[in-house]
Unconditional design. Structure first.
Length: 273
């Protein structure tokens, strides 16, 4: 039977993590399926008992979502329209049982290329708060995710929260899969758009499940800025979506590339509606 630590304070959790060789756990919706044995091995640290790591709060700097906040809590949270894409993604993370157990921090640290929460978080300019015995540091989410199942976490470090500024506009999330629900994405897109006086004041667009990590599309965002609402969707062209799509069992690269452009157009139209 593995040793199980259930600290109450972040300070104690960091001290245990600093010893090394400890597996961090929260909702375990990724950890259990990835464990080939009948039981978890080695010392485990349960982060769900740590005070202050769960919940959605707001302060003068913006929004803070604790690492052990569940997807169900995010879906129900009272958040502004800019977060509509994130809340929509929260309702797509597996079945209701998974949404009730799975956590935001676990989803990010698992670093799947098809993680539903990542594209909307990228459009919200999200950053991650990382803590260790050496102190605290904040990284943009785009810098935290370094590849499939890889992150910038250092030894002895844990993810404490996701930090999001007071973004304006309305968010949208769209997902394409082989069936209507309970499916790993073939392509997913997120958009956050600010419209003023009939024109796009700013746009944030991201695509996931098409590359080793989800990505923002700065060239397309720049092309949309200032565009009249009536013309904006027509400006989304393949040349402004420089993806290098994956080919896997779910879809080929060419199909993914075309689907990404179509979903981006639909997401932009939805965000402007």
């Amino acid at each position: 039977m593995a040793d199980l630590f259930r600290p109450r304070t972040l300070q104690d959790a960091v001290a245990i993590t600093a010893r090394g060789g400890v597996t961090l756990m929260a909702g375990c919706t990724d950890l259990f399926p990835a464990t080939p044995a009948q039981s978890l091995r080695g010392p485990m640290l349960d982060l769900t008992t740590v005070e202050g790591l769960r919940g959605v709060t707001r302060d003068g700097a913006g929004w803070r979502i604790g690492a052990t906040t569940t997807w169900a809590e995010i879906a129900r949270a009272d958040l502004p329209p800019a977060f509509d894409g994130l809340r929509a993604a929260a309702r797509e993370v597996g079945a209701v049982q998974i949404q009730n157990a799975g956590t935001l921090g676990g989803n990010l640290c698992n670093a799947s290329p098809a993680a539903d929460g990542v594209p909307p978080l990228l459009t919200l300019d999200a950053a991650v708060e990382l803590v260790s015995a050496q102190g605290r540091r904040v990284l943009p989410l785009a810098d935290f995710l370094t590849g499939p199942r890889r992150t910038a976490l250092r030894p002895g470090e844990l993810l404490a929260a996701v930090l999001i500024p007071d973004d304006a506009g309305r968010g949208v999330f769209l997902k394409l899969g082989a069936r209507a629900s309970l499916v790993i994405s073939i392509v997913m897109v997120a958009a956050r758009v600010v419209v003023r006086d009939g024109r796009i004041a700013s746009a944030a667009l991201a695509v996931g499940a098409c590359s080793p990590v989800a990505v923002r599309l700065p060239a397309l965002e720049a092309a949309l800025q200032g565009a009249p609402v009536a013309e904006a969707v027509g400006r989304i062209a393949a040349g402004l979506v420089p993806l290098v799509p994956l080919t896997d069992i779910r879809a080929g690269a060419e199909y993914r590339a075309g689907a990404a452009v179509t979903l981006l157009r639909r997401a932009l139209a939805g965000a402007m509606a």
